[in-house]
Structure formats: structure tokens, C-alpha cells
Design a protein around this ligand. Sequence first.
Ligand code: SF4
Length: 263
Amino acid sequence: MTSVKKRAPRTKNKEDIARTIELMTEQYGPFSKEPRLPPIDEMVFTILSQHTSDINSSRAYRRLMDRFVTLEEVASGEIEEIEKAIAPGGLAKIKAPRIKEVLNRVLELNGSLDLSFLREMPLNDAKAWLRRLPGIGPKSAGIVLSFSLGMPAMAIDTHIYRVSQRLGLIGPKVSVDKAHDILEEKVEPEEVFNFHISYINHGRQVCRAQRPLCPECVVGGLCPSRKKFMSKADLAVLAAQEENTLAGSSGAPMPHVPQSESP
Ligand code: SF4
């Protein structure tokens, strides 16, 4: 018996991805590139923000800087003192030694905590440099390079990962780490910032983990997962819209316009 090989699902091309970014930016943007923290501060901030809210990590960062004033002081500080300062961010027992270790490793490798030299490096070299640091994975490296240094690096969080999978930008079996490289290839460098912010917004507001709001989705027409999540009633509305579109009718609402609840 001849075995039939299953074809891998098709993932989106660059043009379709650019269109999703455009549509989401129209919906949630425009986004302003506010100046962020210096790269080494951004790195400490990413450690503080692991498994906690933005509010808690901001509070922990402020308390750390109030207590030590400079990150050089943190690097030579007592772990117990760092721990006390960052307590509002949670997991202080794990984060305090990690922050101290990473700062000291940067000092060892670079002679200072100034990481602005990374901006002059090719993107892959800059990523590799950061990835040598303890506990710095692709997401943390991406945050530092993208948000602090304005480089076109990916920083895939849970929202971006989920939306990218549902939209078919990456295959269902692609790991988060691998997704960084794939999406960096597929998103134009000048669009990486809009990609980050619009996909995060979309994941938080519409393409939520549980019960995504597909009938309201601005990129629904480009999404292979849409029908999987829609109720029978919403599917019927969608089918009618598609029929109208095929018939050349201009009266049907776009699929992403919120539908009234069924009686
Ligand atoms: S159609 Fe649904 S699953 Fe697809 S991106 Fe929109 S909200 Fe997410």
C-alpha cells in the first residue's frame, strides 16, 4: 500500500504578513516609538518583568534604582539587598542573583555596562553576543535590541506567538525560539516595531487565548483558524457575507465589524 505523505500546512508569505501588520496598525495604531531605557537597564527590566505584571516590574525597577542609584552599584551589591529592593516584582530570590550575575558577566566581557556598541554590529552577531549572557534567551535579547537600540530584532511573547500561529505565519509545531528566526526573515526590518506592538495589542484585545473574538477580527479574512473558533451563528453570518461578496454585493459588512449578539 502506498503511504500518502501529509503536506505541511502552508505558512503566510511576506506580502500577506505585511497586510496583517497594516490592518492591525490601522486598527490599534499609530504607535509612537517612545524612548526606552538604556540597553543594560532594559535587560535588567526584562528579568524583573518575568512572570509578573508591568506595574509590579516597574515598581521593582524603581525601587532597585532608588536603593542602588547605578547598575554598577547593583553589580557589586549584596544579593540580599537586591532581593529586598525588587521584592514587589515577585520571585526576588531567583531574580536577584540572576541580575547580579548578568551584570557581572557584562562587565567581564565588555569592561563596562554600556551596551550601545551592539547597535553597530550585524543583527545576528548582536543577538549572539547577548545570548552568551546567563538567562538571556531570544526574547530578552530581542527586547534589548529592538526596543532600546531600535534594531529589527524579534521579541516573541505569548500573544505574538499565539496570533502568529493562528494566522499561519508559523507552523503549529514551531517552537517559540525558532519563531524568532522565522519571523525575522518574514517581516520587513522597518515593520518589526509595528509588528510587535500591533500583534501584542491584537492578542490582548481580540485574538485572546480563550474564546478569540473572530467575528470582530480585522485580519479575519486572512486567517486560516477563523472558522475553527466561530460559533454556528457567526459562521452563518460569515457564509452569507462571503456569498454576497461573491455576488458582487457591496452591502454586507466586513467580517471584522462587530456583529450584534444573536437573540
Ligand atoms: S480570526 Fe480569530 S483566530 Fe484568526 S487572528 Fe482573528 S481572532 Fe485570531
